[in-house]
Design a binder for this molecule. Structure first.
Ligand code: G3P
Ligand code: MG
Length: 231
């Protein structure tokens, strides 16, 4: 059974360091996080990289789409998935890998991500958790390497959540802390799923979500939320 921590650093520790960078993963670790969440998509030449947006502009200043950039021309601050995994191995960090495909590459991105994990995920680290807003990505991951645990990632859960979770053999539900309702949280926990909520930076809100049944809080400020939940 997958073991999730109480707190996961969102894109590393993005309140304190540039998101989805090695610096951000180190910062999350320094601030007490034992896991981080990252976003993975593909370059034009099919290399998995860690970046949130389709465009590199917001995070690097380079006005180009990730999907149209070969890995050799990537700005230095954007890690490859392989570099990120090496960093996690060095720091002992677990990871929630959000598969964030560019349009049309839902299955390919998932297949490349799990093949990379199978090849490189360090044996000393806790087993990772895959998540995605794209059910097609989770289904492809499930078909390719079923042993990597999956969570359905849904901003606002509708009544079809069970059906969707079953279809990709998910063990967890990752959802917005702003939109989760108490009855839905009960339903998810009674059905035996791990429940994670994002992106929660307010200590009081984190405590309420945990009281509602959240197992794991995904936050930009892992130190703040760890302290809040320790009390
Ligand atoms: O995985 C949780 C969260 O990262 C999902 O939304 O847009 O921040 O990747 P986003
Ligand atoms: Mg994400």
């Amino acid at each position: 059974m997958l073991q999730l921590p109480k707190v996961i650093g969102h894109r590393g520790a993005m309140a304190y360091a540039p998101e989805n960078t090695l610096e951000s993963f180190r910062e999350a670790h320094r601030r007490g996080a034992t896991w981080v969440e990252i976003d993975v998509k593909l370059t034009s030449d099919g290399v998995p990289i860690v970046v949130h947006d389709d465009s590199l502009k917001r995070t690097t200043g380079v006005d180009r789409l990730a999907a149209e950039t070969p890995v050799a021309e990537l700005p230095a601050s954007v890690p490859t998935f392989e570099q990120a995994i090496a960093c996690f191995g060095e720091l002992g960090l677990g990871c929630n890998i959000e598969i964030k495909p560019c349009k049309g590459r839902e299955e390919e991105t998932a297949r490349v991500a799990v093949a990379t994990l199978r090849r490189l995920w360090p044996a000393n680290l806790p087993a990772p958790l895959l998540s995605s807003f794209k059910d097609a990505s989770l289904a492809a991951a499930c078909a390719a390497v079923p042993e990597f645990a999956r969570a359905l990632l849904v901003d606002e859960l509708k009544d079809d959540w069970r059906e969707r979770a079953r279809a990709v053999e998910a063990v967890g539900i990752n959802t917005s802390g702003k939109r989760l309702t108490a009855p839905r949280a009960v339903e998810i926990k009674q059905a035996g799923y791990l429940l994670s909520t994002y992106t929660v930076n307010d200590p009081d809100v984190a405590r309420v979500l945990v009281a509602m049944g959240t197992d794991c809080v995904i936050t930009d400020m892992p130190d703040v939320i760890l302290a809040a939940l320790a009390r």
